[in-house]
Design a protein around this ligand. Sequence first.
Ligand SMILES: *Cc1c(COP(=O)(O)O)cnc(C)c1O
Ligand SMILES: [Zn+2]
Length: 409
Amino acid sequence: MSFAYALACRECGREYGLEPIFSCDFCFGPLEVSYDYDLIKDTMNVASIEAGPPTIWRYSPLLPVDPQYKVDIGTGYTPLIRADRLARAIGIDTLWIKNDTVNPTWSFKDRVVSMAIGKAREFGFEAMACASTGNLANSIAAHSAAAGMDCFVFIPDDLETGKVVGSGVYHPTLVTIDGSYDDVNRVCTELSYQRPWAFVNINVRPYYAEGSKTLAFETAEQLEWRAPDRVVAPMASGSLFTKIWKGFQELEKIGLIQNPTTKMSGAQAQGCSPIATAYEAGSMNFVPQKPDTIARSLAIGNPADGYYALKTMEQTGGGAAMASDVEILEAIQLLAETEGIFAETAGGVTVACLKKLVEQGAISKNEETVAYITGAGLKTIEAVSSEIRQPIHIQPKVEEFDAALEAYN
Ligand SMILES: *Cc1c(COP(=O)(O)O)cnc(C)c1O
Ligand SMILES: [Zn+2]
């Protein structure tokens, strides 16, 4: 069962029933799921978690979905890798990589979609739908296929081939729109009032967003039930970033970790950096931007949770940084060459910002840090294909190899 009992307005605190709604009728603030932590404390402990499946569903009591409605294609419980070679390269003592590239559709979005589709089934929606920068599209199409539900996916028309094919293969109704993600989102918001569909990041967004907490649950469990000193995570709408912090706080509420003092640092691409720009200006109000970056998965110019991301930085003593496209490409290579992990552009943003924050002294050398790598590199091959060294090409003869190798080195 789920221990969620209400939706509460993040601004005025008014409570609502667990319905497919997302904003407060009184103040238009966003709604968030509330849980009965005392009841959870009685049923959830280290032993019960360890007895659970090796997926996000091991933390079921802290999730909003009644397990009988879940669609489980094996999401979560991804590796937390000690990244000593990368740590040395950027000058930090203890660094971990949370490798979320290995989810079923190769990004962290499988975590949030798992929540959205479970709730949509519980509410009796006929179809799933979403506005997406690519990864969400892949994940919702896959989960809908596995659940046998209709699926409508709306994306900007200039996305990477990997993201388009990676949605199309599951056979959703795929719509490309001549515009940015923010245009796509506007169309979907209008459609959500007209169609009986669960728009994962609109009318079921409060439930969807809860999925990101599992990144904190897994990290704490993999660190043997403690929170790290520092987190570096990418920000698009800012939801994932704020929910990692909510996840650590919830573990404290149920007594699984002690007083988390994690400082939360957010990463954005310079070409779409409304949140990081506001942080650097010392403002809690971001100015929307028109995105222009290779980090398409993070290209949300008007971030729904931007304000809450800034609040999370303020509350935790964290901060933000931004990386140029050149720095993003260098960071993708650095992560691949030091740790054997091939990330998409969002991962490049995270590593580039981590490096910058260490260089600036904003992250000190002795802080135990976890960097979240949220999507796989094969999805954004276009970004790096001109960066890699040309292979040696030979006829099938050993002599040719010997000669060519000499010339190559
Ligand atoms: C969607 C996405 C994020 C972050 O999304 P938020 O909207 O900030 O929750 C991070 N990385 C990747 C690869 C994504 O697809
Ligand atoms: Zn309100």
